[in-house]
Design a protein around this ligand. Structure first.
Ligand SMILES: N[C@@H](CCC(=O)N[C@@H](CS)C(=O)NCC(=O)O)C(=O)O
Length: 339
């Protein structure tokens, strides 16, 4: 009986912690004047600092878009680098307001961990990398391999599923920091490196001789990566969701950082006029200034610009749009209607 009481009391505190204590992240963020954004510890194309500590990447652009929408200034962001293992505790505890760190949207994370996913800024899938000299052409040839992998990731779980389902053996070689995983693989401590395919391309740049490694054709999982807020943090969650949608919607409408000023001044298109705050009160509904989407597009760019700048053919990653093309070009990126 006593135990039951303890459990009930504990549950109530849990609800309070997730439901009330952080319910006003939007107000808190407005008051302090910046967004505290949880990012990776350095993943080129997604969230990566240069030698001066300036962060860039497609995940960083989500943080910057939220700041642009809120404050009219994309630079009002502070970054907290987090390992895969640390990331959820950092969000749950309030150390960060927003997690934008190549994080896969799964049922358990969305329900049991007190988190809410606000969208998908990159559709990915897990892959394998090996040394070309191994002569392996398919993942089906990997039985008996030592596999380097990051702890606290979906990668670890999918790896186990894949080998089990295919009745193959493997030896996991696990590390907490992604750089340790890459260094171990590069030093030959394992035969295979596995992570999200985008991560394989990103991390290959850091290896001693990138041309010596090949990504195998198999994609063994779905990895929808997106920004995360605390469960119950609906107002702030809405701001994050619609900041990302504003970037996608802008690409759908043909608005970009180069033309948005003249489009705002001259366009007669009702949808563009609404999104850019010339007509209506979309921003007000989100608790944002009327210029929120204009500020996002002019300062951060549309989704396609962000993709091209961080991941596209002109970057060292050289990733195609693929699943991340707009829905009207055969991809999955689709913004809900801004009206
Ligand atoms: N998407 C997967 C994997 C995420 C992950 O942490 N991947 C590693 C390997 S690419 C990583 O981000 N490393 C960069 C870092 O920790 O800085 C998940 O959400 O669990």
């Amino acid at each position: 009986m006593t135990n039951l009481k303890f459990l009930a009391a504990g549950a109530a505190v849990g609800v309070f912690a997730f439901g009330t204590a952080f319910a006003d992240t939007l107000d808190d963020v407005k008051r302090k004047g910046f967004v505290q954004c949880g990012v990776s510890q350095g993943l080129p194309g997604f969230s990566n600092p240069d030698e001066k500590g300036n962060w860039t990447g497609i995940d960083v652009d989500v943080c910057r878009a939220v700041a642009a929408g809120l404050f009219g200034d994309a630079s009002k962001v502070k970054y907290t680098p987090l390992s895969a293992k640390e990331r959820f505790t950092a969000l749950q505890s309030g150390e960060v307001d927003l997690l934008s760190r190549n994080t896969t949207w799964t049922l358990v994370r969305d329900s049991a961990l007190g988190l809410d996913f606000t969208g998908v800024n990159y559709y990915d899938g897990q892959g394998f990398m090996v040394r070309k000299s191994l002569g392996v052409k398919s993942a089906s040839e990997l039985s008996g391999a030592a596999v380097c992998v990051n702890i606290g990731t979906t990668t670890e779980l999918n790896l186990a599923d894949y080998f089990r389902a295919n009745k193959m053996e493997y030896t996991p070689v696990v590390f907490e920091k992604a750089d340790e995983v890459v260094a171990a693989y590069d030093a030959g401590r394992c035969d295979v490196y596995t992570t999200d395919q985008s991560g394989l391309y990103a991390q290959r740049i850091k290896m001693k001789n990138p041309a010596e490694h090949v990504v195998l054709p198999e994609v063994i999982s779905k990895e929808p990566l997106g920004p995360v807020v605390r469960h119950g943090d609906n107002k702030f969650g809405d701001v994050v969701r619609w900041s990302l949608y504003a970037m996608i919607e802008a690409e759908e409408m043909g608005l970009n950082s180069g033309n948005v000023e003249s489009e705002k001044a001259n366009s007669g298109d009702p949808g563009k006029r609404r999104l850019l705050g010339v007509e209506g009160d979309l921003g007000q509904n989100l608790g944002l200034p009327g210029s929120w989407a204009y500020d996002i597009i002019s300062q951060v760019g549309n989704y396609g610009e962000s993709f091209a700048r961080n991941l596209g053919p002109d970057t060292a990653l050289n990733i195609e749009r693929g699943l991340n093309a707009l829905w009207k070009d055969g991809g999955l990126q689709y913004a809900m209607p801004a009206r």
